[in-house]
Design a protein around this ligand. Structure first.
Ligand code: CUA
Length: 316
């Protein structure tokens, strides 16, 4: 893995939802520390004073029990509940029909990401990357294809479980363009750690251009290595698992490859995206990601692997 979630990403919020979570975290950390310090101070005071508590009489002890043991926790916890309900009210406001919805499905061990193409009204499918316009709130609908995963982009929002047969929603908004790393946050098997996600935030016009480009069908290679690679892709029945829009049938067992060359990473954050990574992945996926569902193509000769990688790399 060539990058990872910074350990303090949660406390460096890059959008309003994450900002609310970070504020609540600070209130809990500081407030909890104060309560702990007060309790410790009371304990030290009780241990050091000369007269044992038993001498003070039962009314004195009852006062402490009711005051510190009942009234204090009720007041503090009620205040905390009211504060957190107030501070998180914007995370699930009534749905704005204009708000874009992106569907994300967890798979062992990758992310399927679906957008609605605003022009054609069809789905634009990609994998392991979510692209967003800066400064705009987007609803993310998550579910799972197999086991329970958890969607987490710490700099932008809280976690939400991805449960087979259920759809959960959360809101993402990033204030600035940039790349924010996400990670599956629920242990889901052997390659849970290599189930990373990139959230790429564009300026709004650049986002429009990006979505229009992704909605296009794949580039059909006309000659050379890439054409040979496209023939091998058909011969080896890669399209039984992977869709390449415009070049073959729809399949969703593995990630959609229509614009695979335009992504930042391969295999959910496992390898940087380039021609050499594609070739290495095809030859032996188990070497970089043991347990991955992708079979090895080491039975192909070197020239064929190079051609397949060249074909995939030009799918931008
Ligand atoms: Cu998917 Cu952990």
């Amino acid at each position: 893995m060539n990058d990872s979630v910074p350990v303090d990403a949660m406390l460096q919020p890059a959008g309003p939802v994450a900002q609310a979570i970070a504020e609540i975290a600070w209130v809990l950390i500081v407030g909890g520390s104060l309560v702990f310090a007060l309790v410790m101070a009371a304990l030290v005071w009780a241990l050091r004073r000369r007269r044992p508590a038993a001498d003070a009489g039962p009314r004195h002890a009852l006062g402490w029990i009711v005051g510190a043991g009942v009234v204090c926790p009720i007041v503090l916890l009620s205040a905390l509940l009211a504060y957190s309900v107030w501070r998180t009210r914007d995370m699930t406001p009534p749905r704005d029909p204009q708000e874009p919805v992106i569907s994300v499905t967890g798979h062992l061990w990758w992310w399927e990401v679906r957008y609605r193409d605003p022009v054609r009204g069809t789905d634009v499918v990609l994998a392991n990357e979510i692209h967003l316009p800066a400064g705009r709130s987007v609803l993310i609908s998550v579910t799972s294809h197999d086991v329970i995963h958890s969607f987490w982009v710490p700099a932008l929002a809280g976690k939400v479980d991805m449960v087979p047969g259920r759809v959960h929603q959360l809101r993402l908004q990033a204030d600035q363009a940039g790349v924010y790393r996400g990670q599956c946050a629920e242990f889901c098997g052997e390659q849970h750690a290599r189930m990373a996600l990139q959230v790429v935030v564009h300026e709004p016009e650049a986002f429009g251009r990006w979505l229009a480009a992704q909605a296009q069908p794949a580039v059909t290679p006309r000659e050379g290595l890439a054409l040979r690679g496209a023939q091998l892709f058909a011969e080896q029945r890669c399209s039984a698992c992977h869709s390449v829009r415009g070049l073959g049938p729809d399949a969703s067992i593995g990630p959609d490859l229509t614009h695979v060359g335009s992504r930042l990473h391969l295999a959910a954050g496992t390898l940087p995206m380039n021609e050499a990574s594609l070739r290495a992945w095809l030859a032996d996926p188990q070497r970089s990601k043991p347990g991955a569902r992708m079979p090895s193509y080491d039975r192909l000769d070197d020239a064929s692997l190079t051609a397949l990688a060249a074909f995939l790399w030009q799918l931008r």
